[in-house]
Every structure is written in structure tokens, then in C-alpha cells.
Design a protein around this ligand. Structure first.
Ligand SMILES: *Cc1c(COP(=O)(O)O)cnc(C)c1O
Length: 482
């Protein structure tokens, strides 16, 4: 330190590991991952007991100096294990996905090379890769050439972008009187996004559903006509292509026909269900989705990617640009050109973001789309199997034949049982989950307590679904007896 003006030398670069150190870190991380994945089948389906103590154990003052990787990973691992095992074969709660390992490899490369992909001049070929993958997804949904989309962090923000695009296209700058329509069973991200997009509760029209929990088209049309008659401004219909509760698919073709008749935007929330369209035996259930103005898809559900991978597809990409672009930024003047590839930032609310396109491009290269089709097809068959077996059990009351990969059911406790149906169902869920082989979640439909099995993970196969069904039947019978 003789020369105070001296600039740090090679040896003073604490954040730049040499190759050997980086290799050691990667190897340690690799060991953690490989070991974790290798033992998945034996791991409990969930384990949050003692998680708060683990959380407490992490609390400390900010470390002033670095520590060896093994010590650091030893602190991290318990925090990972004390949680719902979202990547395991027994995770049948909420909407699983799994997180295919090849996507993790893509993320490693994406983070270490850290390219800026949202303005195309900064990485033209990578920016093109991102739009290309979105075009592939458009093709999978049957959207015409010229369609496109944006990457998002998930379905919630895809729905938000769709509402904003529809708003700008049909209402312009004036929101007053705008009305949007969706089924009772629609995901909570829709009313949430509507509020973020500037619409108060009174702008939302919740359309009743039929006995299979699908939007009733006549009720939708009547609501639009009434609103128009009162001088209000219907601008958007959101159809479910697979609800989160039960996988119910709204009458997709009828709904888009109504949208066309009344000149409003048609959006399909296919976050969970959409990818089942690529399975030949299920494709017909989505007939008409190719007519929609926009479609929400969650690759982190139906394509088994890690969380944080959603997208919005649109028939007319310019609508997204009109909704989000057109803001001059002098500090971006050097990169605001197109480089022959559009700047994705002009189509969405984001500027800096992670390289989501690689997270799907690399797995598609390594596995091919047929591997995904095969996996989704298996999930439908497994759902069918669970449904066929559960409906034989008198203590269980299936709500409906599965429309996709969710079996939803209530219970029928024996007459005079100490627990009513809701309490019996809740106790059944607790007992099945206590076995730690599978992890199920519940919901409420028409006021009733409902259990559900949702089969989406690429790691869930027949053995584990059989475990789930066996556990449900055994525990229901045991509970009925005592
Ligand atoms: C999961 C889901 C969402 C929300 O998506 P996130 O990725 O969790 O933000 C929206 N709609 C439906 C139908 C969903 O299943």
C-alpha cells in the first residue's frame, strides 16, 4: 500500500474466481444437485417440520468476508429440504411442473454469460432465439404465422400484459366504463391483474359456470349486451383453457365467437392447460383457441420448466408494442435500432431480465418436442387411472370426469359419522399427506371442501399415482371406521 493512488492489481479481485476456484464451486453445486436428484424418490413428499428453526439459523449479520463453498452449501441444504418437495414424483398439489434438469443447465450458461437479450442489438442472435421459441409456441397453439409473444415470469404477469394490451387496443387512454368478463372459476391472478391495470371491482363481470364448471356462453353474451345497453364499454373476455381448481375448459370456440360478434378482445388463460393441446388425443378439447387474440401459457407448468417461465402469445404482436412501446429513452439511443430483430423490451413492461428463452430452447434441443408430448400424454393416462379407481370407492364422490390432468373430489362420510363432509375431507387430506409419499392440496367449489390430485410433473408415474389412490382409499376407510 505504498502508493495510495494505486489501482487494484490482479490479486485484489475478490469477485473474480480463478478457473480452479470456479470449477470447485461448480463441482460442489453439481454434487449437491446430483445427490439431491438421485435420492428424490426416497425423499418425503414434503417436510416443513422444523423449517422455522432452519430459517432462524440463517439469520446472521451480513458476512464481512467469504467462506468456503462446502460450509455455505451445508447451510443452504437444510433450507431446501425443509419445504414442499416440488420437484419430486409425489408432488400432486396446486399445479406442479417439476423443473427439468436440462433447463437448469441452460440457466447456468445464461447466468454465467449474462447476455442482455431484451434489446436485440446487444445480442442479435440470442434475441432472435427468444422470438423463435415463442413462434414455436404459437405454432403449437395453432396461431397463424405472424403471431408472436413475450416471455414473462409466469401466468400472472402474462394475464396482466394481456389485459393491458386489450385495454390499449379497445379503450385507448380512457378507462371509464370499461368492462371485462370471465368465469367464476377464473384464477385469482385475473382480478388482481385487472386492478393493477386500472380497473376497479365494478369493472369485473364474473360469469356463472355450468355443472362442469365451464363458463355459460349465454350468460356471457347477455351480460355484454346489458352492459352495452347501459352505455358501458365491454372490451375483454377471458376464457379458461384449464382452470386451476379442476382443469375445466370453458367453451373456447363459443366464447371467441361471442367476442367477435361484440368486437371485444378474446384472451385464453391456458397457463396450466394449454400445453395439453400438443397431445393428439387432447387437442380437440382446445378447438378454437387458435382464434384468440392472446393466450397465456406457463412453460413452468406444462413444459416442466423451473418457476419463473411464463409467456403471453398474441395474434398481433404490434398490439403489445402499442401497449408497451413508444417510450423514448435517450440512454438507449445506441441500441434502440432493430438489428433485424425486434427489441423485446418494446413489447413488454420489462427492460433488464433473465434469458428465459434459453431455458426452453436448450431443453427442446436436447430432448425434442416429442419427449414433452409423450410426458403430457402419460399424465392424462395417469389421471384417467386415478379417476377410474377413485370413482369405485363409495366414500369418495368425484366431482366430474377429468377434463385435463386434475381429479377433484369430495367425500361421503358414513351416515352419523362424527365429522361432517368438509371436516372428513380435511382430515383425509391431512392423513394422506402425513404419509409423506404424496402431497395433495384442497380447494372449495360451490362452498364444498374439495380435494384434488393434479398430475403434471414429468417425474410422476404410475407407481406414485397408485400410492396416492391407495392412501386415499385406505385412509378414508380407516377414518370412516373410527
Ligand atoms: C398458475 C396459473 C396462473 C398464474 O400463473 P403463475 O405462473 O403462478 O403466475 C394463472 N392462471 C391459471 C389458469 C393458472 O393455472
Amino acid at each position: 500500500m505504498e502508493d495510495p493512488s494505486r489501482i487494484a492489481t490482479q490479486t485484489d479481485r475478490p469477485l473474480e474466481p480463478d478457473s480452479e476456484t470456479l470449477r470447485a464451486w461448480l463441482r460442489a453445486a453439481e454434487n449437491l444437485v446430483i445427490e439431491h436428484l438421485a435420492t428424490l424418490a426416497q425423499q418425503p413428499s414434503w417436510d416443513t417440520e422444523g423449517a422455522l428453526a432452519v430459517a432462524q439459523g440463517l439469520v446472521e449479520p451480513i458476512p464481512r468476508t467469504g467462506r468456503p463453498i462446502d460450509a455455505v452449501l451445508a447451510r443452504l441444504l437444510p433450507a431446501i429440504t425443509k419445504s414442499f418437495n416440488t420437484i419430486g414424483p409425489g408432488y400432486l398439489a396446486y399445479i406442479p411442473g417439476g423443473g427439468i434438469p436440462s433447463a437448469g443447465v441452460a440457466d447456468l450458461i445464461a447466468c454465467e454469460t449474462n447476455r442482455f437479450v431484451n434489446v436485440s442489438m446487444a445480442a442479435p442472435a440470442l434475441a432472435r432465439m427468444e422470438t423463435l421459441v415463442l413462434e414455436w409456441l404459437c405454432e403449437l397453439m395453432g396461431l397463424p404465422k405472424g403471431s408472436g409473444g413475450i416471455w414473462t415470469s409466469g401466468g400472472s404477469l402474462s394475464n396482466l400484459a394481456a389485459i393491458v394490451a386489450a385495454r390499449v387496443e379497445l379503450l385507448g387512454e380512457e378507462l371509464e366504463g370499461g368492462r371485462l368478463y370471465f368465469a367464476d372459476e377464473t384464477h385469482a391472478s385475473v382480478p388482481k391483474a385487472a386492478r393493477v391495470a386500472g380497473f376497479p371491482e365494478r369493472a369485473l363481470r364474473r360469469i356463472p359456470v355450468d355443472d362442469r364448471l365451464r363458463m355459460i356462453p349465454a350468460a356471457l353474451e347477455q351480460s355484454i349486451i346489458e352492459d352495452r345497453g347501459q352505455g358501458l364499454r365491454p372490451f375483454l373476455i377471458i376464457a379458461n383453457a384449464g382452470t386451476t381448481n379442476t382443469g375445466a375448459i370453458d367453451p373456447i370456440a363459443e366464447v371467441v365467437a361471442i367476442a367477435r360478434r361484440h368486437g371485444v378482445w378474446a384472451h385464453a388463460d391456458a397457463a396450466y392447460g394449454g400445453f395439453f393441446r400438443i397431445v393428439p388425443e387432447a387437442a380437440a378439447r382446445f378447438a378454437g383457441i387458435e382464434e384468440y387474440d392472446s393466450i397465456t401459457l406457463d412453460p413452468h407448468k406444462g413444459l416442466f420448466l423451473p418457476y419463473g417461465t411464463g409467456c403471453l402469445l398474441v395474434r398481433d404482436p404490434e398490439s403489445l408494442r402499442r401497449a408497451h412501446g413508444g417510450h423514448e429513452a435517450s440512454y438507449l439511443q445506441d441500441v434502440s435500432g432493430s438489428a433485424g430483430v425486434p427489441n423485446m423490451t418494446d413489447f413488454s413492461a420489462e427492460l433488464s431480465r433473465d434469458f428465459r428463452g434459453l431455458r426452453l430452447w436448450l431443453p427442446l434441443q436436447l430432448h425434442g418436442i416429442d419427449a414433452f408430448v409423450q410426458q403430457l400424454s402419460e399424465k392424462l393416462a395417469l389421471t384417467r387411472y386415478a379417476y377410474e379407481r377413485l370413482r369405485e370407492e363409495p366414500l369418495i364422490e368425484i366431482l366430474d370426469e377429468p377434463q385435463l390432468s386434475i381429479v377433484a373430489f369430495s367425500v361421503r362420510p358414513p351416515a352419523g359419522h362424527r365429522l361432517d363432509a368438509d371436516a372428513f375431507g380435511a382430515e383425509l387430506l391431512a392423513r394422506v399427506n402425513a404419509r409423506r409419499r404424496v402431497f395433495l392440496s384442497s380447494t372449495r367449489i360451490r362452498g364444498r371442501y374439495v380435494l384434488r390430485i393434479c398430475i403434471v410433473s414429468f417425474r410422476t408415474h404410475e407407481d406414485r399415482v397408485r400410492d396416492a389412490v391407495d392412501a386415499l382409499i385406505e385412509e378414508a376407510r380407516a377414518l370412516a371406521r373410527g
